[in-house]
Ligand binder design. Structure first.
Ligand SMILES: Cc1cc2nc3c(=O)[nH]c(=O)nc-3n(C[C@H](O)[C@H](O)[C@H](O)COP(=O)(O)OP(=O)(O)OC[C@H]3O[C@@H](n4cnc5c(N)ncnc54)[C@H](O)[C@@H]3O)c2cc1C
Ligand code: FES
Ligand code: FES
Length: 492
């Protein structure tokens, strides 16, 4: 049973485990304002806002793709849809601005765009104290709308609506501040089980070895919307307290850092990355869309073990570890030992990822991350390179070069690393490393890129790394071309 608020009204619904929020809205509740476009999280037509009570009791809304959000995850939450925004004849500022700026033509994308603008408006104008709203920069605007496609209006009027909606008067319904009543008791043995503690999660996995785990569902749900599979039984990890924690720690080997709970969403992780891992934070801005980052988790990205997942190469370059938990107890594993083969991991039967270790950046260590994809916004990588190294007295040390999109798993380039380790970052050393990449990888061709493109791009990323080293350490360029290139592109 799902107990939640819909636009301020209490609702109680039954649904099968694989029901999405979109199906619940359109097919069970007859609320058809929320549209279905792609059913895979790509177009944003189905965007809704989901409110959760924070530790202080105030409700914070995030945007989500209703087509790939499990209906059961609404339990104890407040769902706001496009039907709820207008108060009588008074439009919400997001709607009024869209009308005034001519932000809609055929209108199919409009409910989704309005809901993305609504969450942006809430974050800008109703941020609960003591938090302060971040200024509306072009980047924030792009981030808020990057997951919404419009095929006919063009984005300028929509952007104008976003920029001017704050000027429209608002009659904010009081119900927006209402938190859904807390879930009576976590449903631990339903077909969509929602354990609240790690002990419950372990016990459920022991009792139901065939059940699938679900976190943000931004990968898993495509199995039902695209491949029409049924889930007999799901165990939701998103309410497990231990999996939601971010803890500062020191490992037994003395390395300080943070254990990031596997169910921590990208949006929650962002402030920590912004503060300590700027290149990783920069990558996050290009991972999916706001809707995806609000739901998707680091644990889901690692467990999914996709060769083109964005965060595993970065975690490999950082020297991350995993904290696994299962019926046999707990264990730690270097991420280097986790990916075994295509979509095959070292997770044992009944084991879950509890947390992912991010080592605190050491003095003298640098990280660079470059993602190559066909679109800048909301696109999966063709090739991703994540590189980390120390430069001591002009010599490269502890070089870690990890790639996505180059093999059946996210993988370090052992031969290329060996070619650079202990060398000055010279043209010759990098030439050897680029050549070594052909021993490290035999990539495949697919819709995102041919094998040749991938091999060449990976080598070019190493060349980019050489030029960045040249620039950052004020070494002498070895050719006119180097100087030209350095003068231009390599800001990140
Ligand atoms: C439109 C769209 C754009 C996307 N863009 C990107 C992108 O740019 N880059 C990118 O890397 N990915 C992208 N993704 C994929 C996806 O968003 C990420 O992989 C995300 O991190 C998955 O996390 P999740 O919490 O949604 O996982 P889920 O979908 O809930 O789960 C994924 C897998 O992990 C397992 N799992 C989840 N949690 C655990 C756990 N704690 N222990 C063990 N197993 C677990 C599940 O059983 C499932 O097999 C995109 C997806 C969509 C739909
Ligand atoms: S229908 Fe396209 S994102 Fe949901
Ligand atoms: S108005 Fe037609 S798709 Fe946006």
């Amino acid at each position: 049973m799902i107990d939640f608020l819909l636009n301020g009204q209490p609702r109680r619904c039954e649904a099968s485990p694989e029901t999405s929020v979109l199906e619940l809205l359109r097919e069970t509740l007859g609320q058809t304002g929320t549209k279905e476009g792609c059913a895979s999280g790509d177009c944003g037509a189905c965007t809704v806002a989901i409110g959760e009570a924070g530790p202080d009791g105030s409700v914070r809304y995030h945007s989500a793709n209703a087509c790939i959000t499990p209906a059961h995850q609404l339990h104890g939450r407040h769902l706001v849809t496009v039907e709820g925004l207008a108060q009588g004849d008074t439009l919400h500022p997001a709607q009024a601005a869209m009308v005034e700026c001519h932000g809609s033509q055929c209108g199919f994308c409009t409910p989704g765009i309005v809901m993305s603008l609504f969450t942006l408006h809430e974050q800008q104008h109703h941020t609960p104290a003591p938090l302060t709203p971040a200024p509306l920069t072009p980047q924030r605007l792009e981030a808020a709308l990057g997951g919404n496609l419009c095929r006919c209006t063009g984005y300028r009027p929509i952007r104008d609506a976003a920029l001017t909606m704050g000027e429209h008067p608002e009659q904010r319904p009081l119900w927006l501040d209402a938190a859904a009543p807390p879930p009576a008791a976590p449903e631990t043995d339903a077909r969509f089980a929602q354990p609240a503690t790690l002990a419950e999660l372990v016990e459920l996995r022991r009792r139901h070895p065939d059940a699938r785990l679900v976190a943000g569902a931004t990968d898993l749900w495509l199995e039902t919307t695209q491949r029409l599979e049924r889930f007999e039984r799901l165990i939701d990890v998103t309410r497990v307290a231990e999996l939601n924690a971010i803890e500062e720690t020191t490992l037994d080997d003395g390395r300080p850092g943070w254990w990031i709970g596997a169910a921590v969403t990208y949006s929650r992780l962002e402030p920590l990355l912004e503060e300590h891992f700027e290149p990783f934070a920069h990558l996050l801005h290009r991972l999916g869309s706001a809707q995806i980052r609000n739901r998707g988790t680091l644990g889901g990205n690692v467990a999914n073990a996709s060769p083109i997942g964005d965060t595993p190469p970065v975690l490999l370059a950082l020297g991350s570890r995993l904290w696994l938990t299962g019926p046999e107890g707990e264990r730690e594993l270097p991420l280097d030992d986790f990916f075994l083969d295509y979509k095959k991991t070292a997770l044992g039967e009944g084991e879950s990822i509890r947390a992912i270790f991010l080592p605190r950046p050491e003095a003298g260590r640098t990280l660079k991350v470059w993602k190559l994809s066909k679109r800048r916004e909301d696109d999966i990588s063709a090739v991703l390179g994540a590189f980390s190294w120390k430069l001591e007295d002009g010599i490269l040390r502890e070089v870690r070069l990890a790639f996505g999109g180059m093999a059946a798993t996210p993988k370090r380039a052992a031969a290329a690393e060996a070619a650079l380790e202990g060398q000055a970052p010279s043209t010759a050393a990098f030439q050897a490393a680029r050549l070594a990449l052909t021993r490290d990888f035999q990539p495949m061709s697919d819709v995102r890129g041919s094998a040749h493109y991938r091999q060449l791009s990976a080598a070019n990323l190493l060349e980019r790394l050489r030029l960045v080293l040249l620039r950052d350490h004020q070494m002498q360029p070895s050719s006119h071309t180097d100087r030209e290139v350095m003068l231009h592109a390599y800001a990140h």
